[in-house]
Design a protein around this ligand. Structure first.
Ligand SMILES: Nc1ncnc2c1ncn2[C@@H]1O[C@H](COP(=O)(O)OP(=O)(O)O)[C@@H](O)[C@H]1O
Ligand SMILES: [Mg+2]
Length: 247
């Protein structure tokens, strides 16, 4: 469903993505682990089209999308929730979801004020709000909701485009343990045919939701396989300097 072939990227002298080849089957949940600066976010940026790789290619459902801009990749089913906040603070939760849904369900390049009232848009808003558990906050402005609810809404905004592949960059960063647990449940409840790729530093979350794990270190894939095998790997223990046992 999502594949990279020999993806390579340098920023000047820094080699941030080294010959990365990964392949996700339909419905697969994969977690990308790796220390800070390993190149995880840079890899995501190349997947979604915000960065152009120096070499290699990105394939979505069998189609080479390496040269497609972000918006076209979104239309083809690749959606991302951001590590940094990208919500419209002055709009309500429902409006944020509605905008994402409206862009997806129309071919228009502009959204009109009545777009959000369309029944197909409203259906997506309700459905997604239920999935990410923000139904009680639909009429609240984003500026009024808690940090944790914002993080859930960000996933909702990504889901509102009805993706085939959902990418999440550290969805639980900055939320407390209770909220993180809620996130595990939320992720495990997503439709099984949705392919999910998550960057995560929380080992518990990684092992709880992952079918497969990829570990990046200095831009290179150093592990690719089952979570059980990852736990036993000496190399990974070294990379995480013992934090593995504490996780
Ligand atoms: N736009 C950029 N220009 C130059 N260097 C960058 C840029 N973006 C990221 N880097 C560098 O690339 C490396 C990987 O960063 P990043 O992908 O954000 O890592 P991670 O998400 O794994 O923490 C870091 O050394 C970072 O400083
Ligand atoms: Mg990052």
């Amino acid at each position: 469903m999502l594949e990279t072939r020999n993806l390579d990227k340098r920023f000047g002298a820094v080699h941030v993505t080294r010959d990365v080849s990964i392949k996700l089957e339909r419905g697969e949940r994969r977690v990308i682990l790796g220390p800070n600066g390993a190149g995880k976010t840079t890899l995501f940026n190349q997947l979604v089209g915000e960065l152009t790789p120096d070499k290699g290619s990105v394939h979505l459902a069998g189609v080479d999308v390496t040269d497609l801009p972000v918006a076209k990749r979104t239309r083809q089913g690749l959606s991302r929730s951001y590590q940094k906040n990208t919500l419209f603070d002055g709009l309500t939760v429902a409006e944020n979801l509605g905008l994402a849904a409206a862009i997806h369900t129309s071919n228009a390049t502009r959204i009109w004020s009545d777009s959000l009232a369309r029944p197909e848009v409203q259906e997506i808003v309700q459905d997604v709000a239920n999935q990410v558990q923000v139904l009680p906050y639909l009429q609240a402005r984003v500026s009024e909701i808690s940090y944790g609810v914002r993080r859930q809404l960000e996933v909702g905004v990504a889901l509102a485009t009805r993706p085939k592949v959902l990418l999440m960059d550290e969805p639980t960063s900055g939320v407390g343990p209770e909220m993180a647990k809620g996130f595990h449940r939320l992720l495990n409840d997503l439709p099984r045919d949705l392919t999910v790729l998550i960057i995560e530093h929380d080992m518990d979350l990684a092992f709880d939701v992952a079918d497969t794990i990829t570990v990046l270190n200095y831009g290179e894939v150093v592990f690719d396989g089952q979570p059980e095998a990852a736990r036993g790997s000496k190399l990974l223990k070294e990379i995480y300097l013992g934090s593995w046992e504490d996780a």
